[in-house]
Design a binder for this molecule. Structure first.
Ligand code: CA
Length: 345
């Protein structure tokens, strides 16, 4: 029960099949979801009803493309457990959480142009790497290539420059969610990220599912978000205190290596949206905002290799990662699959 984009127009996922929606009219006869995204909540509701009832041609799921043209891509850092785990590894001699972490959803602007659809292979990136025991960096293939399991939301209706979007207005702007694999080169990241944050260690590729699941279909999977301490400041407060109960799974070469849940995220999606616009930055149709790696408190619920294998194992050439999610009301999110290819050059 989600929308995708195919060769002749939009698609509706019905179990293991894709229903061709092109016959439903203009908005559906498009190469991407963007026109539908821009049409707003009332039209979204009608589109879901029409898609569910539509008796169009059916095809296997495999033909789906990148579902929307990505406008801007923002990546947050919303999981308390992930931020704590990574803080311990990247800054072992300090408090794992930096002083701002509990006050705002930390994030950075990523690269929209390297967001690709599930099934696209990832070429091992080249970059500068410097291990702690090396005196100077060298340039070459990443030796610490990782995946990151994330939940992203897709902006439908944009906003005006200079006008923050309050937490309460989330549903007026956001259409749906996708699973995200934010591929990460830990060695490139660790060397480059201070003081300005991730750059080339993240921008080489980000994979999303071919299917966007409307938030309207996930209302029954809503749960109360974790308690926040200290209480959030006013622009992050009220109306946004909900998360999604989505069971998550990571497969490495066919073997399940992690089982977590998106409900553990500390910062909520409405808070992420409100924070990203709190300075007046506008939203555009097709903006993608991802949660950051989702890790739980229990061993085996971590959303990245560096956490699961304590920095001792990373992705090898030929490895294949698949991310899956199933909401508490039974709705399956589109999977995100990708295989590692050797570095070029
Ligand atoms: Ca990330």
């Amino acid at each position: 029960m989600s929308f995708g984009a195919g060769e002749s127009g939009l698609l509706w996922r019905d179990g293991d099949e894709a229903v061709d929606l092109a016959g439903l009219g203009d908005v559906f006869a498009q190469p991407t979801l963007n026109a539908l995204l821009a049409s707003g909540p009332a039209a979204w509701k009608d589109a879901i009803a029409a898609a569910r009832d539509h008796d169009g041609p059916r095809a296997p799921l495999a033909g789906a493309r990148l579902p929307f043209t990505v406008a801007d891509y923002v990546d947050f850092y919303s999981s308390l457990e992930h931020a704590t785990n990574l803080g311990r590894m990247f800054r072992p001699d300090q408090e794992p959480l930096l002083p701002n972490w509990r006050w705002l959803p930390v994030g950075y602007h990523g690269r929209a142009g390297s967001v690709v659809v599930s099934g696209t292979d990832v070429v091992r990136p080249l970059g500068q790497r410097k291990a702690p025991d090396e005196g100077a960096p060298t340039f070459g293939p990443s030796r610490r290539l990782d995946f990151e399991l994330e939940l992203g939301f897709v902006v439908g209706v944009g906003s005006e420059l200079g006008e923050p979007v309050p937490v309460e207005d989330f549903a007026r702007h956001v259409f749906g969610v996708v699973l995200v694999n934010d591929w990460s080169a830990r060695d490139i990241q660790a060397w480059e990220y201070q003081p300005l944050g991730p750059f080339l260690g993240k921008s080489f590729q980000t994979s999303i599912s071919a299917w966007v699941t409307p938030l309207a279909l996930l209302e029954e999977a809503r749960v109360e978000a974790p308690q926040q301490d200290p209480p959030p400041l006013s622009h992050l407060h009220g109306g946004g205190n909900w998360g999604l109960d989505v069971a998550l799974e990571v497969e490495l070469n066919g073997e399940t290596i992690s089982r977590g849940n998106a409900r553990t995220l500390y910062w909520t999606m409405p808070q992420q949206l409100a924070h990203a616009t709190s300075n007046g930055a506008p939203l555009r149709t097709g903006d993608l905002m991802a949660s950051g790696t989702i890790s739980g408190a229990e061993p085996g619920t971590e959303g990245s290799m560096i956490e699961l294998f304590h920095g001792e194992r990373f992705l090898a050439d030929g490895d294949e990662i698949a991310l899956r999610g199933r909401a508490a009301n039974g709705i399956e999110l589109g999977e995100v699959r990708g295989r590692v290819l050797p570095a070029r050059g």
